[in-house]
Write a protein that binds this ligand. Structure first.
Ligand code: UT7
Length: 349
């Protein structure tokens, strides 16, 4: 039986460390609030110019490719997960293909926000399992710092997010005790608007109360992005944090248990859980629900904040680099976020 396995993994975080104290200069917030509610102490922000979601993804990809023992020209397919692309279109995947001088391979962008990496990994896994591709590059990368509201108005969102990238190379394996055992993907669009960035977009208030710009009055050419939207700060992400939190603490354990059940395993079989780094309190709640010891759950939100599609590959890479994941270990990845979308992956390292 062919499975896909992570043959190489890499991560990249920008040099620029931004502490909670630094954010106090921009908005009414404080280190105690941020640490108590989220666990975050600092995050990284990319350089304003010369560093993009794609370039960070490439830095992570170079390491993953080298560790897989191949070259960029060996990659057969790219899956790039992000909510902060370099361009509205085309996606980041083609920019990776161009910059890394790859062959004219397929490049797919995934827009599943916090669960983007789990979705992207699942897509890559299917291509490898089916025998269609031998080297699939999966990237999760975000440059959040470019699109956040750094005034007090946006503080519930802006203090949480950070920049960075992670990447893996998937290859086929026939080893009994290695590779991705299964992936489990879900969505519930009922609450699509409670963690979202509405503009720019083509919704014209179709899904929303009349709280946004008046599209009836807008001139052709002013509908996609207008001065009014910017004046009303409608070009920034919106989040009803407590509602997201309540759903996350239900769906994380649920989807992890689903993965375990599908493989006739139980929580105590998990050697390392890598939860999407949304909030340390969510991860601690999930840990407690599953009865896992401290050394079975890896968290680095303290250093990097929430890097959305990049958070799982960054955490997985760091855990492995620190020697916390060894060959044959049962590793569980799990994510929940905007959409809502959520998912899990269970793999033998
Ligand atoms: O990764 C994608 C998925 N996202 C998540 O999973 C996030 C889930 N949600 C959360 O992590 C939490 O809801 C937050 C960390 C976003 C917020 O924590 P909370 O404990 O739910 O706080 P809250 O939103 O209920 O706000 C409590 C208070 C409010 O003030 P009042 O109304 O009680 O006076 C906020 O205005 O804290 C205030 N507040 C802040 N104060 C200082 C909100 N943001 C800040 C801030 N600094 N940055």
């Amino acid at each position: 039986m062919i499975r896909s396995t992570i043959a190489g993994i890499g991560m990249y975080v920008p040099e620029n460390v931004v502490t909670n104290q630094h954010l106090e200069k921009y908005m009414d917030t404080n280190d105690a609030w941020i640490q108590e509610r989220t666990g975050i102490q600092e995050r990284r922000y990319a350089k304003r110019t010369g560093e993009t979601t794609t370039t960070m993804g490439i830095e992570a990809a170079k390491i993953a490719i080298e560790r897989a023992g191949i070259t960029a020209q060996d990659i057969d397919f790219i899956v790039f997960a992000t909510l902060s692309p370099d361009y509205y279109f085309p996606g980041c995947g083609v920019l990776v293909q161009r910059a890394m001088k790859m062959k004219e391979i397929g490049a797919l962008d995934v827009r599943n926000q916090c669960s983007g990496f789990v979705y992207a990994l699942s897509v890559g896994d299917q291509f490898v399992r089916s025998g269609m591709y031998k080297n699939v590059l999966v990237i999760g990368s975000e440059k959040h710092s470019f699109g956040l509201d750094f005034s007090t108005r946006g503080r519930n969102v802006s203090v949480i997010f950070g920049d960075g990238a992670g990447a893996v190379v998937l290859q086929p394996t026939q080893k009994e005790n290695q590779g991705i055992l299964s992936t489990h993907l879900h969505s519930d669009g009922e609450s699509a608007e409670i963690l979202a960035m509405y503009n720019p977009g083509t919704h014209a208030n179709h899904w929303l109360e009349n709280s946004l710009a008046d599209f009836e009055e807008a001139e052709l050419g002013e509908m996609f992005m207008s001065h009014a939207m910017i004046d009303k700060a409608q070009n920034f992400p919106f989040m009803d944090g407590p509602s997201v939190f309540k759903k996350a603490v239900v769906k994380f354990p649920e989807v992890i248990k689903e993965a375990l059940k599908a493989n006739n395993l139980k929580p105590s079989d998990i050697d390392m859980l890598i939860p999407h780094q949304a909030n340390l309190r969510i991860a601690q709640f999930v840990q407690q629900q599953l009865g896992l010891a401290d050394d079975k759950v890896f968290n680095n939100i303290q250093k990097y904040g929430n890097t959305t599609a990049a958070s799982i590959p960054i955490a997985l890479c760091e855990a492995w680099q620190e020697g916390k994941i060894k060959e044959g270990d049962l590793v569980c990845l799990a994510a929940f976020g905007s959409g809502f979308t959520w998912g899990s992956a269970l793999l033998r390292w």
